[in-house]
Design a protein around this ligand. Structure first.
Ligand code: NAG
Ligand code: NAG
Ligand code: NAG
Ligand code: NAG
Ligand code: NAG
Ligand code: NAG
Length: 520
């Protein structure tokens, strides 16, 4: 499916609906470098903590309101790392930037991810298709099955699992995607909390049930769930079908048409910031975010740069990994969300495939380029797979391939030597709190933490992807602009959650329609 950004579809009446001008003052000329709180009220300053998908897109959405309505705000983005992109970043084999970079974190998005898709288009970034490699499913003991590229619809899938299970699953995925797409229509609601959104998307059941019970109840066979679906939940979220909620499970299965940005997805986030005109402070840790005084509605952000006063603050990082001090009344309401601690091992090898003997295949047989795993054997007393996924990612240069391994434990050098026949070149290890654990749940962290203080990553225990961070930030920015500036990304057009959501057709096309926030 090709996407066309047809701005002409935007009804002119919407574009010019709200000719607003609000008397905000430009900040006179105070510097954020001062060590003390500025004396003048920061009537038009917003802080964003985090320069990943959520924070960079938040800055971009605010800049849209500036552009459309003349909103005069200054945006400061704080990022403790030395780069933009958060959990989306690349490394170069041998640290040689002439070689093709490898994604260390979030690596794909899909056509239904309309913000990223549109951003790539508007920022002139090149999208590349992901290659459909051979896929195998390993259970720690034996290779259960392997498929050719494009495995989801091969004859072999039908042969092994029958017709109904793949069809029922893909119909569930399609329904989920088409509801999800309503979040991009011009009438998309704002939501005050995640439970509200779950209710209005009709997804309470999906988030409150594990993937395995949900799918089995829907008539999907246990073998399909335990093999194909679990292979997907493990490669995408490092979690098994009995642990992860069914929304996470369906999102994991919705990887058809996956693409990435040539040279690295982080460029999307760099461009969001670049186009936002925000001040970006890299290498800058935030120590605390506290109210100016008991009665003040302003916030003091204390960082390596000193203290600065803000009218509003957007927290766009998983709170419990930031170590930022907040007023106890605020931090206590932020539900602790555990993250999956993932080991990523990137390497290059001159061995054209993984070691067949490891997988109990005869010497010389070809091991699938993408080896996924299931924990099903282990649930029945068998061996646990030693990794979540192990996949070849093309050549870095003639005769040398890049390989990516995700695992729960550190992968040792000895193990690599054995797996790649002693032909290991460069190795890069990274540990991340990569994504939240997604157990079935009905409770989520709050989106609005306090007056003028919002939390983007409240969305993550619901769906954790690059794209949904940009959807979450859009909602947060809209709520914040409504509350603090009597404005909005598209003006003050705030439908009550649920009211407008399904008033249109559920069959929203992937490419043809105007996208909320971009086209208003
Ligand atoms: C951030 O720190 C890194 C490593 O200490 C340094 O290489 C880089 O230049 C710094 N970047 C900025 C923008 O200060
Ligand atoms: C980086 O890779 C390029 C392309 O393979 C190669 O020509 C160059 O010598 C490498 N640079 C270093 C410092 O190894
Ligand atoms: C994108 O590329 C087109 C054609 O190559 C050019 O006209 C346009 O100005 C570019 N836009 C940006 C944002 O760089
Ligand atoms: C390994 O392969 C051999 C020969 O194909 C077979 O007899 C044996 O059962 C296999 N072992 C496992 C654990 O599957
Ligand atoms: C979510 O917000 C709605 C109002 O939009 C409110 O009625 C409901 O109680 C809230 N739920 C939670 C869990 O905070
Ligand atoms: C945007 O990026 C260009 C180069 O890619 C750079 O010259 C420019 O300063 C950036 N603008 C902002 C606002 O960061």
């Amino acid at each position: 499916m090709r996407f066309h950004a047809i701005l002409l579809l935007l009804p002119p009446s919407l574009a010019f609906q709200l000719p607003f001008s609000i008397p905000f003052f430009r900040p006179k000329s105070y510097s954020t470098l001062e060590d003390d709180i500025q004396p003048s009220p920061p009537s038009s300053r917003i802080a964003i903590i985090g320069a990943g998908a959520g924070g960079s897109s938040a800055a971009f959405w605010i800049s849209k309101a500036k552009e459309r309505f003349g909103l005069e705000v200054e945006i400061d983005v704080y990022e403790r790392a030395s780069y933009i992109g958060g959990r989306s970043t690349v490394v170069y084999p041998y640290s040689n930037s002439s070689l093709p970079p490898l994604e260390l974190g979030a690596s794909i998005f899909v056509p239904a991810n309309k913000n990223l898709w549109r951003a790539a288009e508007e920022f002139n970034l090149t999208r590349e298709d992901n290659v459909d490699d051979d896929v195998g499913i390993w259970d720690g003991d034996k290779l259960l099955v392997s498929f050719g590229g494009g495995w989801w619809d091969t004859a072999k899938v039908l042969w092994r699992y029958g017709f109904l299970s793949p069809r029922r699953t893909s119909s569930l995925v399609r329904n989920m995607v088409s509801r999800y797409l309503t979040l991009y229509t011009l009438k998309s609601p704002r939501w005050n909390n995640m439970s509200d959104l779950a209710v209005h998307l009709g997804w309470e059941d999906l988030v409150e049930t594990s993937t395995s019970s949900y799918l089995v109840k829907q008539g999907v066979s246990a073998s399909y769930v335990n093999e194909l679906v679990e292979a997907s939940t493990r490669v995408n979220y490092g979690q098994n079908v009995d642990d992860i909620h069914a929304l996470g499970g369906t999102v994991s299965m919705a990887a058809e048409g996956a693409i990435h940005i040539k040279g690295g997805n982080y460029q999307l986030f760099e461009q969001f910031l670049n186009h936002s005109g925000a001040n970006v402070y890299l290498n800058t840790s935030v120590a605390s975010i506290l109210p100016k005084s008991a009665t003040s509605q302003n916030w003091v952000v204390r960082s390596d740069r000193g203290s600065t006063l803000y009218k509003a603050v957007i927290l766009a990082a998983p709170f419990h990994t930031t170590h930022i001090a907040l007023p106890p009344a605020v931090s206590e309401q932020i539900l602790q969300v555990p993250y999956v601690h993932l080991h990523v091992t990137l390497l290059t090898t001159t061995s054209p495939s993984a070691n067949p003997t490891y997988f109990n295949l005869s010497a010389g047989s070809k091991v699938p380029a993408m080896m996924l795993t299931t924990n099903f054997g282990a649930r029945n007393g068998g061996k646990k797979p030693e990794f979540n996924s192990l996949s070849y990612h093309g050549l870095v240069r003639e005769g040398e391939w890049a390989v990516k391994i995700f695992s729960k434990e550190r992968i040792s050098d000895g193990w690599l030597q054995q797996m790649f026949d002693g032909q290991v070149g460069w190795v890069h290890r990274k540990e991340w709190d990569a994504y939240p654990r997604l157990p079935p749940t009905g409770s989520f962290p709050p989106i609005k933490l306090e007056h003028g203080f919002y939390y983007v990553n409240a969305f993550e225990p619901f769906i954790s992807t690059m794209e949904t961070e940009t959807v979450a930030s859009r909602n947060v920015v809209d709520l914040l602009l409504n509350e603090e500036f009597s404005s909005g990304i598209c003006g003050i057009t705030s439908p009550t959650p649920g009211e407008e959501l399904f008033s249109g057709t559920l069959q929203v096309g992937v490419g043809e329609d105007p996208v909320f926030g971009w086209d208003c």
